[in-house]
Design a protein around this ligand. Structure first.
Ligand SMILES: [Zn+2]
Length: 69
């Protein structure tokens, strides 16, 4: 699934859900910050769109710290 096809409400295999895409530049090449929410603990955080498919929650799954969103 290409990143451009991911829509709000989609969830990755780690139960991280896309709340929405922002216009804020991410920390990866040509990426924007996406607003994600962990369905396990409810943590909300920002992540590069390119990381969505394998992103883990920074609070309960040992993922990288979230970005501002
Ligand atoms: Zn979590």
């Amino acid at each position: 699934m290409a990143a451009s096809k991911v829509q709000a409400g989609d969830e990755n295999p780690n139960r991280q859900k896309l709340v929405g895409k922002t216009k804020k530049p991410g920390t990866d090449h040509l990426q924007y910050v996406w607003h994600l929410r962990c369905d396990v603990c409810g943590m909300e955080y920002g992540a590069n769109g390119s990381d969505f498919h394998h992103r883990k929650c920074p609070a309960c799954q040992g993922g990288k710290p979230g970005l501002e969103f």
